[in-house]
Design a protein around this ligand. Sequence first.
Ligand code: NAD
Ligand code: MG
Length: 394
Amino acid sequence: MSRPQNLCILGATGSIGRSTLDVAVRHPQRFRIFALSANERMDELAELCQRHQPRYAVVAQTAQAEALGRRLSPGVTEILVGPQGLERIAAHAETDCVMAAIVGAAGLVPTLAAARAGKKLLLANKEALVMAGPIFMEAVRAHHATLLPIDSEHNAVFQCLPDTFSGKLDGHGVRRVLLTASGGPFREATLEQLQHVTPDEACAHPNWVMGRKISVDSATMMNKALEIIEAHWLFGAAPEQIEVVVHPQSVVHSMVEYADGSVIAQLGNPDMRTPIAHALAYPGRIEAGVGALDLFRIGRLDFAAPDFARFPALRLGYRALKEGGTSPATLNAANEIAVAAFLERRLPFLAITAVIEAVMDELRPRPLANLDDVLGADAAARRQAALQVEAMAD
Ligand code: NAD
Ligand code: MG
């Protein structure tokens, strides 16, 4: 067998980062932990460095780098700082595979750097693709990067498409992509109940254990809105070819409907190690530490139409996709500000989508030609969202 692949994990201390390490260390002959990054939880990063002895570790601030350096044996791990450090490990000549698992817009620049360096790129950071869809996909094409979706729905769709898939659904007889959604912790809550929910209730997802930002996104269903846009860019699906199907058991991770009436689904336990292992080993298959799916225990699978009235985020997702240009970047940035305000108990739950809609109404979409346009739209939406948060605060 050839030498192990050098793995770079952007966001190593997060939920996806830790699951990636869990899978990779089961296969030391295939993967070597080459570079790790983290923004906070420095104790955890120090432990990861001691255990995996990566060539590089990237932290956010110089003070963190100094503290980390004092805890590690000299000469093993070089510690880099900030966005330049992230770009450097993502595009490093010796990096073979990049797991993009930073949460939010902060992941865009290093994830794009990995695409531009033509890496095998495992994309969990959906916000990067939502913000910069056309620029990101063009970078993947131009630099022959191998883009593999980690988001469980998109990984499922990828698995249900033919091996020959070349970026356009119609050419392969695909009618629609059916994205499943658990419905989150408030699937059955009334609008009245939604007015009073707390951050801890919003983060208590029934099926998945995730970071707090994506947990709130699941509760508002903004996560699915972002995934609609993600599916558009990954699979060349038009808005009307993307359907959201509420499926509370989170066993069917998504489906592809073909012109002949066939519907192909990917099933599995709700454990992110499955899509991570799929992408790490692609086109092979490896052990992920995930138990067998027990269909007898599950017993039944339910499906329902989503409720656009209680979950207006879905409508905003389709709107941003149809408007195009800077609109998805605006949606994403406004969501990040509103979610942060909700988590800090400065904004009620239902005001999250109200803030986003107000920002989208205020900042009309402009064309996206380059990264500066994306970052400009992101900054403008953050400013506008902060004003809206103040106006709608508790
Ligand atoms: P998390 O909050 O658990 O972890 C985020 C990681 O990013 C941490 O390592 C953190 O240190 C780092 N980070 C945060 N802000 C940063 C910044 N400004 N600069 C550099 N690094 C920063 O998040 P998560 O749940 O692991 O999600 C990561 C990404 O994967 C998100 O984009 C999310 O939408 C996506 N995703 C997650 C899941 C899941 O099950 N957790 C499923 C599908 C997609
Ligand atoms: Mg998902």
